[in-house]
Ligand binder design. Structure first.
Ligand code: FA5
Length: 361
Protein backbone atom coordinates (compact mmCIF):
# COMPACT_ATOMS: atom_id res chain seq x y z
CA UNK A 1 0.00 0.00 0.00
CA UNK A 2 2.78 2.37 0.97
CA UNK A 3 4.56 1.32 -2.20
CA UNK A 4 1.67 2.23 -4.44
CA UNK A 5 1.19 5.55 -2.66
CA UNK A 6 4.78 6.53 -3.20
CA UNK A 7 4.50 5.47 -6.89
CA UNK A 8 1.36 7.63 -7.25
CA UNK A 9 3.17 10.48 -5.58
CA UNK A 10 6.13 10.05 -7.91
CA UNK A 11 3.76 10.22 -10.91
CA UNK A 12 2.11 13.34 -9.53
CA UNK A 13 5.50 14.95 -8.87
CA UNK A 14 6.75 13.94 -12.31
CA UNK A 15 3.69 15.47 -14.02
CA UNK A 16 3.97 18.64 -11.97
CA UNK A 17 7.65 19.10 -12.89
CA UNK A 18 6.96 18.24 -16.52
CA UNK A 19 4.01 20.65 -16.53
CA UNK A 20 6.15 23.61 -15.47
CA UNK A 21 8.91 22.62 -17.89
CA UNK A 22 6.82 22.22 -21.00
CA UNK A 23 4.79 25.40 -20.40
CA UNK A 24 8.02 27.32 -20.08
CA UNK A 25 9.57 25.65 -23.16
CA UNK A 26 6.43 26.19 -25.32
CA UNK A 27 6.31 29.88 -24.37
CA UNK A 28 9.96 30.29 -25.35
CA UNK A 29 9.65 28.46 -28.70
CA UNK A 30 9.85 31.21 -31.33
CA UNK A 31 8.78 29.30 -34.38
CA UNK A 32 6.80 26.24 -35.39
CA UNK A 33 9.84 24.02 -35.76
CA UNK A 34 11.16 24.83 -32.24
CA UNK A 35 7.68 24.26 -30.82
CA UNK A 36 7.40 20.83 -32.43
CA UNK A 37 10.82 19.85 -31.02
CA UNK A 38 9.65 20.81 -27.52
CA UNK A 39 6.40 18.90 -27.96
CA UNK A 40 8.33 15.76 -28.99
CA UNK A 41 10.50 16.11 -25.88
CA UNK A 42 7.34 15.68 -23.77
CA UNK A 43 5.08 13.38 -25.80
CA UNK A 44 7.55 11.61 -28.13
CA UNK A 45 8.36 7.89 -27.83
CA UNK A 46 11.53 8.64 -25.95
CA UNK A 47 9.95 11.72 -24.34
CA UNK A 48 9.68 12.59 -20.67
CA UNK A 49 6.09 11.38 -20.33
CA UNK A 50 7.18 7.87 -21.29
CA UNK A 51 9.43 7.91 -18.24
CA UNK A 52 6.49 8.92 -16.05
CA UNK A 53 4.38 6.14 -17.62
CA UNK A 54 7.07 3.68 -16.46
CA UNK A 55 6.15 4.57 -12.88
CA UNK A 56 2.72 2.93 -13.41
CA UNK A 57 4.40 -0.43 -12.85
CA UNK A 58 4.73 0.43 -9.15
CA UNK A 59 0.98 1.24 -8.81
CA UNK A 60 -1.47 -1.43 -7.61
CA UNK A 61 -3.67 -2.75 -10.43
CA UNK A 62 -6.79 -1.36 -8.71
CA UNK A 63 -5.29 2.17 -8.73
CA UNK A 64 -3.95 2.01 -12.26
CA UNK A 65 -7.07 3.20 -14.17
CA UNK A 66 -7.24 6.37 -12.09
CA UNK A 67 -3.50 6.95 -12.52
CA UNK A 68 -3.79 6.28 -16.27
CA UNK A 69 -6.70 8.74 -16.55
CA UNK A 70 -4.61 11.34 -14.73
CA UNK A 71 -1.82 10.90 -17.26
CA UNK A 72 -4.29 11.17 -20.18
CA UNK A 73 -5.62 14.46 -18.81
CA UNK A 74 -2.03 15.68 -18.70
CA UNK A 75 -1.47 14.61 -22.33
CA UNK A 76 -4.53 16.58 -23.40
CA UNK A 77 -3.22 19.63 -21.55
CA UNK A 78 0.06 19.34 -23.43
CA UNK A 79 -1.74 19.08 -26.78
CA UNK A 80 -4.01 21.99 -26.02
CA UNK A 81 -1.06 24.15 -24.98
CA UNK A 82 0.75 23.09 -28.14
CA UNK A 83 -2.05 24.10 -30.54
CA UNK A 84 -2.63 27.36 -28.69
CA UNK A 85 1.04 28.31 -28.96
CA UNK A 86 1.11 27.25 -32.63
CA UNK A 87 -1.79 29.59 -33.40
CA UNK A 88 0.05 32.38 -31.61
CA UNK A 89 3.23 31.74 -33.61
CA UNK A 90 1.27 31.85 -36.90
CA UNK A 91 -0.49 35.05 -35.90
CA UNK A 92 2.80 36.67 -34.90
CA UNK A 93 4.37 35.70 -38.26
CA UNK A 94 1.38 37.15 -40.15
CA UNK A 95 1.50 40.37 -38.09
CA UNK A 96 5.21 40.71 -38.76
CA UNK A 97 4.57 40.26 -42.49
CA UNK A 98 1.82 42.87 -42.51
CA UNK A 99 3.73 45.42 -40.51
CA UNK A 100 6.98 44.95 -42.48
CA UNK A 101 7.95 47.66 -44.98
CA UNK A 102 5.57 47.51 -47.98
CA UNK A 103 6.77 46.70 -51.51
CA UNK A 104 8.25 49.72 -53.24
CA UNK A 105 5.94 50.11 -56.18
CA UNK A 106 8.15 52.80 -57.69
CA UNK A 107 11.04 50.37 -58.28
CA UNK A 108 11.61 49.61 -61.98
CA UNK A 109 10.05 46.29 -63.05
CA UNK A 110 12.03 43.26 -64.12
CA UNK A 111 12.82 43.49 -67.79
CA UNK A 112 13.67 39.85 -68.63
CA UNK A 113 10.12 39.13 -69.83
CA UNK A 114 10.06 42.00 -72.31
CA UNK A 115 6.91 43.57 -73.69
CA UNK A 116 5.04 41.90 -76.48
CA UNK A 117 3.68 43.75 -79.49
CA UNK A 118 1.38 43.11 -82.40
CA UNK A 119 2.59 40.76 -85.10
CA UNK A 120 3.84 42.63 -88.23
CA UNK A 121 0.90 41.25 -90.22
CA UNK A 122 -1.54 42.53 -87.57
CA UNK A 123 0.21 45.93 -87.56
CA UNK A 124 -0.09 46.09 -91.35
CA UNK A 125 -3.73 44.93 -91.26
CA UNK A 126 -4.61 47.66 -88.76
CA UNK A 127 -2.79 50.32 -90.80
CA UNK A 128 -4.66 49.27 -93.97
CA UNK A 129 -8.04 49.08 -92.22
CA UNK A 130 -7.45 52.56 -90.77
CA UNK A 131 -6.98 53.97 -94.28
CA UNK A 132 -10.30 52.52 -95.48
CA UNK A 133 -12.08 53.59 -92.32
CA UNK A 134 -10.89 57.14 -92.99
CA UNK A 135 -12.31 56.81 -96.51
CA UNK A 136 -15.73 56.02 -95.00
CA UNK A 137 -15.83 52.21 -95.14
CA UNK A 138 -17.46 50.23 -92.33
CA UNK A 139 -15.60 47.13 -91.08
CA UNK A 140 -17.29 43.74 -91.51
CA UNK A 141 -16.20 40.15 -90.89
CA UNK A 142 -16.95 36.59 -91.95
CA UNK A 143 -16.04 33.05 -90.83
CA UNK A 144 -12.90 31.21 -91.91
CA UNK A 145 -14.86 28.00 -92.54
CA UNK A 146 -17.17 29.09 -95.33
CA UNK A 147 -19.96 27.66 -97.46
CA UNK A 148 -19.05 26.81 -101.04
CA UNK A 149 -21.97 29.05 -102.08
CA UNK A 150 -20.46 32.16 -100.46
CA UNK A 151 -16.87 31.42 -101.43
CA UNK A 152 -17.50 30.37 -105.05
CA UNK A 153 -21.02 29.85 -106.41
CA UNK A 154 -22.62 33.22 -105.60
CA UNK A 155 -19.39 34.91 -106.73
CA UNK A 156 -20.13 33.43 -110.18
CA UNK A 157 -17.26 30.92 -110.21
CA UNK A 158 -18.21 28.25 -112.76
CA UNK A 159 -18.39 24.75 -111.15
CA UNK A 160 -15.28 23.57 -112.98
CA UNK A 161 -13.12 26.60 -112.07
CA UNK A 162 -9.64 25.39 -111.04
CA UNK A 163 -9.86 27.23 -107.67
CA UNK A 164 -12.71 24.92 -106.67
CA UNK A 165 -10.48 21.88 -107.17
CA UNK A 166 -9.27 19.64 -104.31
CA UNK A 167 -5.72 20.57 -105.41
CA UNK A 168 -6.32 24.27 -104.75
CA UNK A 169 -8.72 24.53 -101.83
CA UNK A 170 -8.98 22.93 -98.39
CA UNK A 171 -12.42 21.28 -98.31
CA UNK A 172 -13.60 20.37 -94.82
CA UNK A 173 -16.52 18.43 -93.38
CA UNK A 174 -18.49 20.33 -90.79
CA UNK A 175 -20.55 18.34 -88.29
CA UNK A 176 -24.23 19.30 -88.50
CA UNK A 177 -23.88 21.09 -91.88
CA UNK A 178 -26.92 21.12 -94.15
CA UNK A 179 -26.95 18.04 -96.40
CA UNK A 180 -25.35 18.88 -99.74
CA UNK A 181 -23.89 22.19 -98.49
CA UNK A 182 -20.15 21.81 -99.05
CA UNK A 183 -17.74 23.73 -96.78
CA UNK A 184 -14.13 24.79 -97.14
CA UNK A 185 -11.52 27.06 -95.55
CA UNK A 186 -12.30 30.30 -97.37
CA UNK A 187 -9.85 30.96 -100.20
CA UNK A 188 -10.40 34.72 -100.21
CA UNK A 189 -12.19 37.44 -98.27
CA UNK A 190 -14.54 38.02 -101.24
CA UNK A 191 -16.95 35.66 -99.45
CA UNK A 192 -17.59 38.52 -97.00
CA UNK A 193 -19.02 40.56 -99.92
CA UNK A 194 -21.71 37.90 -100.36
CA UNK A 195 -22.51 37.77 -96.64
CA UNK A 196 -22.72 41.56 -96.33
CA UNK A 197 -24.72 42.11 -99.53
CA UNK A 198 -27.13 39.30 -98.60
CA UNK A 199 -27.84 40.75 -95.17
CA UNK A 200 -27.79 44.52 -95.82
CA UNK A 201 -29.24 46.82 -98.49
CA UNK A 202 -27.36 49.55 -100.41
CA UNK A 203 -25.96 52.10 -100.05
CA UNK A 204 -23.08 50.24 -98.45
CA UNK A 205 -19.29 50.50 -98.26
CA UNK A 206 -17.65 47.71 -96.29
CA UNK A 207 -14.10 46.52 -95.77
CA UNK A 208 -13.03 43.31 -94.02
CA UNK A 209 -9.77 41.57 -93.20
CA UNK A 210 -8.83 38.06 -92.14
CA UNK A 211 -7.08 34.75 -92.75
CA UNK A 212 -7.61 32.85 -95.99
CA UNK A 213 -6.30 29.44 -97.13
CA UNK A 214 -5.02 27.92 -100.35
CA UNK A 215 -2.86 24.93 -101.29
CA UNK A 216 0.12 27.21 -102.07
CA UNK A 217 3.62 27.09 -100.59
CA UNK A 218 6.76 28.92 -101.78
CA UNK A 219 8.85 32.03 -101.03
CA UNK A 220 5.95 34.40 -101.66
CA UNK A 221 2.97 32.05 -101.20
CA UNK A 222 1.82 30.59 -97.90
CA UNK A 223 -1.04 28.07 -97.38
CA UNK A 224 -2.49 30.48 -94.80
CA UNK A 225 -2.28 34.17 -95.53
CA UNK A 226 -4.31 37.33 -95.02
CA UNK A 227 -6.44 39.52 -97.25
CA UNK A 228 -8.31 42.78 -97.09
CA UNK A 229 -11.42 43.11 -99.16
CA UNK A 230 -13.55 46.15 -99.77
CA UNK A 231 -16.62 46.96 -101.80
CA UNK A 232 -19.11 49.76 -102.35
CA UNK A 233 -22.65 49.45 -103.77
CA UNK A 234 -25.05 52.28 -104.48
CA UNK A 235 -26.94 53.90 -107.33
CA UNK A 236 -24.53 55.33 -109.90
CA UNK A 237 -21.28 53.83 -108.56
CA UNK A 238 -18.79 53.73 -111.44
CA UNK A 239 -15.24 52.75 -112.30
CA UNK A 240 -14.31 56.40 -111.63
CA UNK A 241 -15.23 55.90 -107.96
CA UNK A 242 -13.10 52.76 -107.86
CA UNK A 243 -10.14 54.68 -109.32
CA UNK A 244 -10.58 57.47 -106.79
CA UNK A 245 -10.66 55.08 -103.82
CA UNK A 246 -7.70 53.01 -105.05
CA UNK A 247 -5.70 56.16 -105.83
CA UNK A 248 -6.36 57.62 -102.37
CA UNK A 249 -5.43 54.30 -100.79
CA UNK A 250 -2.10 54.11 -102.68
CA UNK A 251 -1.21 57.65 -101.63
CA UNK A 252 -1.98 56.92 -97.99
CA UNK A 253 0.05 53.71 -98.14
CA UNK A 254 3.11 54.79 -100.13
CA UNK A 255 3.04 58.58 -99.90
CA UNK A 256 1.46 61.61 -101.65
CA UNK A 257 1.72 61.59 -105.42
CA UNK A 258 2.09 57.78 -105.69
CA UNK A 259 0.83 56.90 -109.18
CA UNK A 260 -1.38 53.84 -109.89
CA UNK A 261 -1.91 51.94 -113.12
CA UNK A 262 -4.79 49.62 -114.00
CA UNK A 263 -4.16 46.48 -116.10
CA UNK A 264 -7.12 44.47 -117.42
CA UNK A 265 -7.52 41.20 -115.54
CA UNK A 266 -10.09 38.47 -114.95
CA UNK A 267 -11.97 37.53 -111.76
CA UNK A 268 -15.34 35.77 -112.26
CA UNK A 269 -17.15 38.10 -109.84
CA UNK A 270 -16.22 41.43 -111.50
CA UNK A 271 -16.72 42.90 -114.96
CA UNK A 272 -14.56 44.66 -116.00
CA UNK A 273 -11.75 43.42 -113.76
CA UNK A 274 -8.29 44.88 -113.22
CA UNK A 275 -4.98 44.43 -111.41
CA UNK A 276 -3.60 47.63 -109.96
CA UNK A 277 0.08 48.48 -109.54
CA UNK A 278 1.41 51.39 -107.48
CA UNK A 279 4.57 53.32 -108.36
CA UNK A 280 7.49 51.74 -106.46
CA UNK A 281 8.01 53.71 -103.25
CA UNK A 282 11.51 52.26 -102.84
CA UNK A 283 13.18 53.80 -105.92
CA UNK A 284 11.04 56.85 -106.67
CA UNK A 285 13.05 60.00 -107.57
CA UNK A 286 12.07 63.51 -106.39
CA UNK A 287 10.66 64.22 -109.87
CA UNK A 288 8.35 61.18 -109.58
CA UNK A 289 10.25 58.98 -112.02
CA UNK A 290 11.62 55.61 -110.89
CA UNK A 291 15.22 54.44 -110.87
CA UNK A 292 14.18 50.77 -110.78
CA UNK A 293 15.28 48.54 -107.89
CA UNK A 294 15.39 44.99 -106.56
CA UNK A 295 12.01 45.37 -104.80
CA UNK A 296 10.12 46.29 -107.99
CA UNK A 297 12.35 44.03 -110.11
CA UNK A 298 13.52 47.13 -112.05
CA UNK A 299 9.96 47.78 -113.30
CA UNK A 300 9.16 50.88 -111.20
CA UNK A 301 5.81 49.29 -110.21
CA UNK A 302 4.59 47.20 -107.26
CA UNK A 303 1.50 44.98 -107.47
CA UNK A 304 -1.14 46.49 -105.23
CA UNK A 305 -4.52 44.75 -105.58
CA UNK A 306 -7.17 43.08 -107.72
CA UNK A 307 -10.44 44.90 -108.36
CA UNK A 308 -13.35 45.56 -110.67
CA UNK A 309 -17.03 46.41 -111.01
CA UNK A 310 -19.17 43.84 -109.20
CA UNK A 311 -20.75 41.52 -111.78
CA UNK A 312 -24.54 42.04 -112.05
CA UNK A 313 -25.02 38.29 -111.46
CA UNK A 314 -23.31 38.61 -108.06
CA UNK A 315 -25.63 41.46 -107.08
CA UNK A 316 -28.62 39.37 -108.15
CA UNK A 317 -27.37 36.33 -106.17
CA UNK A 318 -27.53 38.55 -103.08
CA UNK A 319 -31.02 39.85 -103.86
CA UNK A 320 -29.85 43.32 -104.97
CA UNK A 321 -31.53 44.93 -107.99
CA UNK A 322 -28.70 45.04 -110.56
CA UNK A 323 -30.67 47.43 -112.81
CA UNK A 324 -30.75 50.00 -110.04
CA UNK A 325 -27.47 49.44 -108.23
CA UNK A 326 -23.85 49.10 -109.26
CA UNK A 327 -20.74 48.58 -107.20
CA UNK A 328 -17.01 48.01 -107.17
CA UNK A 329 -14.84 45.61 -105.17
CA UNK A 330 -11.14 45.20 -104.51
CA UNK A 331 -8.94 42.74 -102.61
CA UNK A 332 -5.30 42.54 -101.62
CA UNK A 333 -2.84 40.36 -99.71
CA UNK A 334 -1.82 41.86 -96.36
CA UNK A 335 1.26 39.66 -95.99
CA UNK A 336 2.72 40.95 -99.27
CA UNK A 337 2.24 44.55 -98.11
CA UNK A 338 3.90 43.64 -94.77
CA UNK A 339 6.83 42.06 -96.64
CA UNK A 340 7.32 45.25 -98.66
CA UNK A 341 6.81 47.48 -95.64
CA UNK A 342 9.44 45.72 -93.54
CA UNK A 343 11.74 44.36 -96.30
CA UNK A 344 10.99 40.69 -95.49
CA UNK A 345 12.19 38.40 -98.29
CA UNK A 346 10.46 35.12 -97.33
CA UNK A 347 6.76 34.88 -96.37
CA UNK A 348 7.44 31.84 -94.14
CA UNK A 349 9.39 34.06 -91.70
CA UNK A 350 6.07 35.69 -90.84
CA UNK A 351 4.56 32.45 -89.58
CA UNK A 352 7.44 30.64 -87.85
CA UNK A 353 6.82 32.61 -84.65
CA UNK A 354 10.52 33.09 -83.95
CA UNK A 355 10.81 35.90 -81.35
CA UNK A 356 14.29 36.83 -82.67
CA UNK A 357 12.62 37.72 -85.97
CA UNK A 358 9.34 39.14 -84.67
CA UNK A 359 11.01 41.40 -82.10
CA UNK A 360 12.55 43.43 -84.97
CA UNK A 361 9.21 44.97 -85.96
C1 FA5 B 1 -8.36 37.39 -104.98
O1 FA5 B 1 -8.25 36.63 -104.03
C2 FA5 B 1 -9.58 38.19 -105.21
N1 FA5 B 1 -10.59 37.76 -104.28
C3 FA5 B 1 -9.27 39.67 -105.05
C4 FA5 B 1 -10.37 40.54 -105.63
C5 FA5 B 1 -11.32 41.05 -104.78
C6 FA5 B 1 -10.42 40.85 -106.97
C7 FA5 B 1 -12.33 41.85 -105.27
C8 FA5 B 1 -11.43 41.63 -107.49
C9 FA5 B 1 -12.36 42.15 -106.64
P1 FA5 B 1 -5.95 36.92 -105.88
O2 FA5 B 1 -6.09 35.46 -106.01
O3 FA5 B 1 -5.15 37.58 -106.94
O4 FA5 B 1 -7.37 37.65 -105.84
O5 FA5 B 1 -5.32 37.25 -104.47
C10 FA5 B 1 -5.21 38.58 -103.98
C11 FA5 B 1 -3.85 38.79 -103.34
O6 FA5 B 1 -3.63 37.83 -102.31
C12 FA5 B 1 -2.68 38.58 -104.27
O7 FA5 B 1 -2.42 39.74 -104.99
C13 FA5 B 1 -1.55 38.31 -103.31
O8 FA5 B 1 -1.05 39.51 -102.76
C14 FA5 B 1 -2.24 37.58 -102.20
N2 FA5 B 1 -2.01 36.13 -102.28
C15 FA5 B 1 -2.59 35.23 -103.10
N3 FA5 B 1 -2.15 33.99 -102.82
C16 FA5 B 1 -1.29 34.12 -101.79
C17 FA5 B 1 -0.52 33.20 -100.98
N4 FA5 B 1 -0.58 31.89 -101.18
N5 FA5 B 1 0.28 33.68 -100.00
C18 FA5 B 1 0.31 35.02 -99.77
N6 FA5 B 1 -0.40 35.93 -100.44
C19 FA5 B 1 -1.19 35.49 -101.44
Amino acid sequence: MAETESALQAIENGLAALGTRFRDAFAKAENEQALRVEQAKVLGKKGELTAVLGLLKGVLPADRPAAGARINVFKEQVEQAFSQRLKEIHRQARDAELSALPFDLSLPGRTELGRGHLHPVAQTRDALLAIFRDLGFAVGAGPEVELEANNFTKLAFPPDHPATDMQDSFWVDVAGAQPGARTLLRTHTSAVQIREMSSHRPPMAVVSAGSVFRRDDDLTHSPMFHQIEGFMVDEGVSFAHLKAVVGAFAERLYGPGTPVRFRPSYFPFVEPGAEVDAGCAFCVRPDGSHAGCRVCKQSGWLELLGCGMIHPDVLRHCGIDSEKYTGFAFGLGIDRVAMLRYGIPNIRLLFENDPRFLSQF
